[in-house]
Design a protein. Structure first.
Length: 499
């Protein structure tokens, strides 16, 4: 059986805690790998390696850092298929989807390659007689990232490349459900010339997480995951004096107005709801149909959903793979089986789906629920699976009110041909990311990703300008150089004169 160990100080370090976690192939249900689960002492070792590396990396030149990152970008590009294969083997998503994940992660590596312009300071000269004021940004020290199972390569790459480009060193705690991609990312960084200890990977469970949150040498923590855990991360790390960005869960709505192109809206709804088996925080999980279009829209969604081919991620003909674990598959199925009792019309029920030859895999088909109540569990909870809820409203105003009443505010979308309605929606809706005829409005790398309300805890979104600001802190330097031809000015207890 394959074993995944830690990556600390530029080399593989065998797990010493005696605790191991199983890693399953979701397509077969078989345990294929064991992953080391770190003790508090092993987390201390990783933080110590990062702290030692910061002594030199934190003062390294921008040219040195970007040189490493340019080489790293080339290696990642050359190993796209290798990274994607690991994702498919442990997460289950189809290979094309895994390749897309790697590509989105590469966007942030490319952003980090251009960090020289992002870290430029400001200078005001002659604010007073021979006085200049400069604003600069400096790194924090050791920072940590805690990442989810659904994007085992992309989300880590949303964090550590930018953090190390800013001069920090990094300790990554990836999901123990699909750990192998993170180790390969670290190995390729070392091959690119990243000094030992700048990037470390410790695998583990709550013990490792809580050790990072409490560690006095960790200056900041980035997190992506569910809302309850994001709230815990934010509360605990903040109480320990750390800077925190904790991205939580979502219930993303797609508002479809009567004038929308219903074929385009149905295509978008199926793609956004069922892509990556619905295991993504930017999935559309609630379609709000306005006016009389509901029946036609649901029929078009059903027609498309029934044609999606589900199978092993390694099969090139598969469009959707299995869910990550059997327990998660059963939880997702429970929302569908309980929907009718809570007033929904079950248009498609995917709970009995299996794949010939892979009967023990974590399979579930596509489910479509119509006329869903806002009080039902299927609507209120983040299901994180291929279940799409359709709700009905009579007017645009009712639709926006419904969306804004949700405790989540991650992403949302509107489908319409009316520019005035779209403009109004983007200003009135309470969400951090908005799409206009775009179902999954994930920003490109040089804009920031993040939601509102219970979808974000902390002041900074991830990557983009917010990411640079999160991984650095500002300093203002005021300088006076006296003219050598003048005598000393003498003591002055008054306020400095700048007029």
């Amino acid at each position: 059986m394959k074993t995944v160990n830690h990556w600390i100080g530029g080399k593989t370090v065998e797990g010493a805690s005696g605790n191991w976690g199983p890693v399953t192939d979701p397509a077969t249900g078989a345990v294929t790998t064991q992953v080391a689960l770190a003790s508090a002492e092993e987390v201390d070792s990783a933080v110590a390696a990062a702290k030692a590396a910061y002594a030199t990396w934190g003062t390294s030149s921008l040219a040195q850092r970007t040189g490493v990152l340019f080489r790293y970008r080339a290696l990642l590009d050359a190993h796209r298929d290798d990274i994607a294969a690991l994702i498919t083997a442990e997460h289950g998503k189809v290979h094309s989807d895994a390749l897309g994940e790697v590509a989105r992660g590469l966007e942030i590596v490319e952003l980090a390659c251009g960090i020289t312009t992002q870290l430029k300071g400001e200078l005001s000269t002659q604010v007073s007689s021979r006085v200049d004021v400069a604003a600069i940004r400096q790194s924090l020290g050791v920072v940590a990232g805690i990442t989810p199972f659904n994007f085992p390569a992309m989300v880590p790459m949303w964090m550590f490349p930018l953090a190390i480009a800013c001069g920090n060193t990094f300790v990554l705690k990836p999901s123990e459900k699909d750990p192998s991609a993170s180790n390969l990312l670290a190995e390729l960084a070392a091959e690119a010339g990243l000094p030992d200890g700048v990037l470390n990977v410790v695998h583990g469970d709550k013990v490792a997480v809580d050790s990072l949150l409490a560690h006095p040498d960790v200056a900041a923590v980035s997190f992506v995951g569910s809302t309850p855990i994001a709230r815990h991360i934010h509360t605990t790390a903040s109480a320990n004096g750390k800077r925190v960005q904790a991205l939580g869960g979502a219930k993303n709505h797609m508002l479809v107005l009567p004038d929308a192109d219903l074929d385009a809206a149905a295509d978008a709804a199926v793609s956004a709801a069922y892509g990556s088996a619905g295991e993504r925080c930017m999935a559309i999980s609630a379609v709000v149909a306005v006016g009389a279009i509901g029946d036609e829209l649901v029929a078009k969604i059903r027609e498309r959903a029934e044609k999606i081919k589900i199978g092993p991620g390694a099969d090139p003909s598969s469009e959707m793979g299995p869910l990550i674990t059997k327990a998660h598959r059963d939880k997702v199925a429970s929302y569908v089986t309980g929907a009718a009792a809570q007033g929904a019309e079950v248009v498609l029920d995917g709970t009995g789906y299996t794949v010939d030859g892979f009967e023990d895999g974590h399979w579930i088909g596509l489910s479509l629920l119509d006329r869903v109540s806002t009080e039902s569990d299927a609507y209120r909870d983040e299901i994180f699976g291929p279940v799409l809820c359709v709700l009905r409203t009579e007017t645009y105003e009712e639709g926006v009110e419904l969306i804004n009443a949700s405790p989540f505010g991650n992403g949302t979308a509107i489908f319409t041909r009316d520019g005035g309605a779209a403009r109004r929606f983007q200003l009135e809706v309470e969400a951090g990311m908005v799409g206009v005829n775009v179902p999954i409005p994930v920003p490109v790398g040089y804009h920031s990703f993040g939601g509102w309300k219970d979808s974000l805890f902390g002041d900074h979104h991830i990557y983009g300008n917010d990411g640079v600001h999160f991984y650095t802190r500002g300093k203002v330097v005021t300088t006076r150089w006296p003219d050598p031809s003048e005598a000393p000015a003498g003591v002055d207890l008054g306020f400095p004169r700048n007029h």
